[in-house]
Design a protein around this ligand. Structure first.
Ligand SMILES: [Zn+2]
Length: 452
């Protein structure tokens, strides 16, 4: 299955999943292909296309846009009823060609993401072994979004667009999804998710999961009202041409693919749990009482209990690493990303999930050595109980041995501290009580005190 981005969806519709691309995807930190919101939020100023080609494209698009506008009125009435939120203002809609959508994605990426941010995210992904050494983040985002987008809602323009290569009947469920975003925006203001603070990608991904999970749940209920809609939707997703190919998505590194789809899948389970607990009112309330972490999204009972993440402040390791090392970034991985970091190498879903569960908070910092391009990542993690910490500690050791084929244990005296020598630097994993701290990629002569 696939999904992603802002607006859209595609999907195996067995009651669930949909691929949607709703907001756009950007990036932020390690795994946080951040997303949807931004994309959606972008306002894309379309460049003026070359005159000759435009005439034709515009006519075709206008005809399609008129049909979309007519369908919009119908769908919005039903969505407002399902969701229990009235449209406060008319909602603008339109169809866009693949070229227009591609341009929107690129413009948005250029506007919202600085090249240094993408580079930093890329370095962290490579250091953790989640993407290949020649991985190009920017290109992947463009490829994926262009392939996967079925529509998107743009909060700045307060307008939603559907991809014009999908037939209208098939588009109605996507429309139901996008129109939910329009209603969310009118009532809860989606623009505020746009400029998320840079150092808590985990909370950002959690907020996206609410936004997308809500819209996907509405879409699911819209489809369930009339099974012919499911058929039309499926037919259009599978129809001929490469309209909804999943080639790029299938080829994308697992961790990115799964993070991209997290808001739609896990977000859907979360929205459903909140809805079961208190109906749409409870889902609406969640917009003012946001899930604080992916942990809360993955385990809705922790959201209901408002189990707040522990804030961890990392010391500066520049001194210990040595001259010419520089800190590039700090951020929060959260339960979801830590699970992916383990699962990439453990390849044992139950073990990775168990090891990442019991998360209480974390923070990581990425460092780079100027001249050589060596990269180190420091992670401080906190766990609910000592048992949870031990589980994570053991799993991280196994993952490290699988991650670095040449890993040589050089310090085996302590049960609570392991040091490995690898061609990509030293890895130290240490546990004290409910805390596990990791230094990965540091030079062998570094003076690092993880606990003091
Ligand atoms: Zn969406």
């Amino acid at each position: 299955m696939s999904k992603q981005t802002t607006p859209i969806s595609r999907a195996p519709v067995t009651v669930a999943v949909i691929t949607i691309i709703c907001f756009a995807v950007m990036t932020t930190s390690v795994l946080h292909v951040a997303s949807a919101q931004q994309a959606a939020q972008q306002t894309v100023q379309r460049a003026t296309p070359p005159a000759a080609q435009t005439a034709v494209t515009t006519n075709v698009v206008n005809a399609k846009s008129a049909a979309v506008a007519a369908a919009t009125e119908e769908v919005v009435r039903e969505v407002a009823q399902i969701r229990g939120l009235n449209a406060l203002r008319p909602i603008k809609s339109g169809a866009q060609t693949r070229l227009e959508i591609e341009r929107m994605i690129i413009d948005n990426l250029n506007r919202e993401t600085k090249p240094e941010e993408l580079r930093t995210a890329e370095l962290a992904l490579k250091k953790l072994g989640l993407v290949p050494a020649d991985f190009n983040y920017r290109q992947l985002i463009i490829n994926l979004l262009t392939e996967q987008v079925a529509g998107y809602y743009d909060p700045k323009r307060q307008e939603f667009f559907l991809a014009d290569w999908i037939d209208l009947d098939g588009q109605r469920p996507v429309m139901a999804h996008e129109l939910t975003h329009a209603l969310q925006d009118q009532h809860f203001d989606l623009k505020r998710f746009q400029n998320w603070k840079k150092d808590d990608s985990d909370a950002e991904l959690a907020a996206q999961a609410l936004v997308e999970g809500d819209a996907t749940l509405v879409m699911e209920q819209y489809i369930q009202r009339d099974m012919r809609r499911a058929l039309a939707f499926l037919r259009s997703m599978m129809a001929g041409d490469a309209a909804m190919s999943t080639k790029q998505l299938d080829a994308a590194p697992d961790a990115l693919k799964r993070t991209l789809t997290f808001p739609y899948e896990t977000g859907l389970s979360f929205a459903r749990a909140v809805w079961r607990e208190g109906g749409w009112d409870a889902v609406s309330k969640a917009f003012t009482d946001l899930p604080a972490s992916t942990e809360q999204v993955m385990h809705p009972e922790k959201y209901f209990a408002r189990e707040a993440p522990l804030k961890i402040v990392l010391p500066d390791f520049t001194q210990g690493l040595g001259k010419t090392w520089k800190r590039l970034d700090t951020d929060i991985n959260g339960e979801w990303s830590l699970y992916l970091i383990l699962e990439e190498y453990l390849k044992d879903d139950a073990t990775s999930r168990r090891a990442a569960a019991g998360w209480h908070g974390d923070s990581y910092a990425l460092y780079e050595k100027g001249a050589t391009g060596e990269v180190a990542i420091m992670q401080f993690t906190a766990w609910d109980t000592e048992d949870d910490a031990v589980e994570f500690y053991d799993a991280y050791i196994k993952r490290t041995q699988a991650r670095y084929k040449d890993a040589k244990a050089i310090d085996t005296k302590s049960l609570a501290r392991r040091t490995f020598q690898t061609i990509e630097g030293t890895v130290i994993i240490e546990r004290q009580g409910k805390q596990v701290r990791i230094a990965e990629g540091s030079p062998s002569n570094a003076k690092l005190n993880l606990f003091n």
